[in-house]
Design a binder for this molecule. Structure first.
Ligand code: PGA
Ligand code: ZN
Length: 424
């Protein structure tokens, strides 16, 4: 029997950028006591669920989350007392109804998600099963292929690179542990190459290097060099995944762009699509997220029409983990994959609904962290539970990223021979 909720309380903590975020504690009648912490994005989509911030400029430059904390302590918590912790859908529904808005702006998605994740973890703990098995079922055993973000640009770094994320994907490795090793080695070799070229080896928000490279292409070519020097075959052992986060260099979020950091200059959707075709021809790219801006549905559709049979075209800011937008995307063939971020939608249940919609449509889904993270490893268990192919959780540096990788190593070891790891 799973325990009943006896206490729910929240506190303000700091995320990996030193900004406030919410941690929620849940206690159950059987003595279970757990907590979970909420991440926070920088290049956020405009239709994401609202992260409630205090706006009080005398604290944390207005970024405090004491209102969200109070909403958990005073408004959400009391309504959950006595409920069975495994009533995830009922509890998430109760919070959605209590909030009453379409974007969770009343109670705050940060308040709601903190409770939602902590309730899931409490139920798993009460049942003495790992979180991934509680959420995924008894046969859950596939470890996702990591997309390790080894060069950071765009909104995650102050450098000359427009594209936000350049990721190394160990798709040819026999196990997660071996895959992780190969991309971590590539990361270290990349550091040596950057150093030898007199470039900065300082890191960006997700732990990748943030050098002032000559161009966006230079970033890809330098990574290919690092893969080779680390002793791996580009495209066979390790492929490349990109997140343009194109909204961040779009001037109207719809069809006009300005890649000014690298000096590539103004562009229209068609120019970015032509660039995409050229790069996919030239480089071992397997996945491309947000190649166009969040309101450029037509540009996205054309990009997918041209490249969707060769690579995963992933919608992040355009879909914001929301079935309303994913449904439209499926109808209009806007992409062929969705990035899943729990805090974009605000509950565990709705995130799983988004995954289910992708599965039903034959679309892929990639589980993702945010650029502002905490030491919470919920995401690693969630990714395994969702049985998806790929996880984005940053580079081989910064402990908030490494915590997730280490949790996946633990899960793989725990599963032993039963563990599955494969790309397709
Ligand atoms: P964010 O970036 O967490 O800053 O939004 C991650 C992403 O765009 O995938
Ligand atoms: Zn993204």
């Amino acid at each position: 029997m799973v325990g009943k909720i006896t206490a729910v309380r929240a506190m303000e903590i700091l995320d990996s950028r030193g900004n406030p975020t919410v941690r929620v504690f849940v206690e159950l009648s059987d003595g279970t006591a757990v907590s979970s912490s909420v991440p926070s994005g920088a290049s956020t989509g405009e239709n994401e669920a609202i992260e409630l911030r205090d706006g009080d400029s005398s604290r944390y430059l207005g970024k405090g989350v004491l209102k969200a904390v109070a909403n958990v302590n005073d408004l959400i918590g009391p309504q959950l007392l006595g409920r069975s912790a495994d009533d995830q859908v009922g509890i998430d529904r109760l919070m959605i109804d209590a909030d009453g808005t379409a974007n969770k702006s009343s109670l705050g998605a940060n308040a709601i998600l903190g409770v939602s994740m902590a309730v899931a973890r409490a139920a798993a703990s009460s049942l003495h099963v790992p979180l991934y098995r509680y959420l995924g079922g008894t046969t859950t055993r596939r470890i996702p292929v990591p997309a390790m973000n080894i060069i950071n640009g765009g909104a995650h770094a102050d450098n000359s690179v427009d594209i936000q994320e350049f990721m190394a994907v160990p798709l040819g490795a026999p196990t997660f542990a071996e895959g992780l090793r190969s991309v971590a080695e590539t990361f270290h070799i990349l550091k040596k190459i950057l150093k030898s070229r007199g470039l900065s080896t300082g890191i960006g928000d997700e732990g990748g290097f943030a050098p002032n490279l000559k161009s966006n292409e230079d970033a890809i070519e330098t990574i290919i060099q690092a893969i080779e020097q680390a002793g791996y075959r580009p495209g066979i052992d390790i492929a490349i995944s990109l997140d343009s986060a194109a909204s961040s260099f779009s001037t109207d979020l719809t069809s006009s762009y300005d890649m000014k950091r690298s000096g590539s200059g103004p562009m229209k959707s068609a120019d970015l699509i032509a660039l995409g075709e050229e790069w996919v021809r030239k480089y071992p790219i397997v996945t491309w997220e947000d190649p166009l801006a969040e309101n450029d549905w037509e540009g996205f559709r054309l990009f997918t029409e041209k490249l969707g049979d060769r690579i995963d075209v992933v919608g992040d800011d355009i879909f914001v983990t929301n079935t309303h937008y994913i449904e439209r995307g499926i109808k209009e063939k806007t992409a062929n994959s969705v990035l899943i971020k729990l805090n974009q939608i605000g509950t565990v249940t709705e995130s799983i609904d988004a995954v289910r919609m992708c599965r039903d449509a034959g679309w892929r889904y990639f589980i993702s962290h945010r650029s502002g993270e905490t030491e919470d490893t919920f995401l690693a268990d969630f990714a395994v539970a969702m049985d998806g192919g790929q996880l984005k959780t940053g580079s081989a540096s910064r402990s908030e990223r490494i915590a997730k990788y280490n949790r996946l190593l633990e899960i793989e070891q725990e599963l032993g021979n039963s563990a599955l790891y494969y790309w397709r």
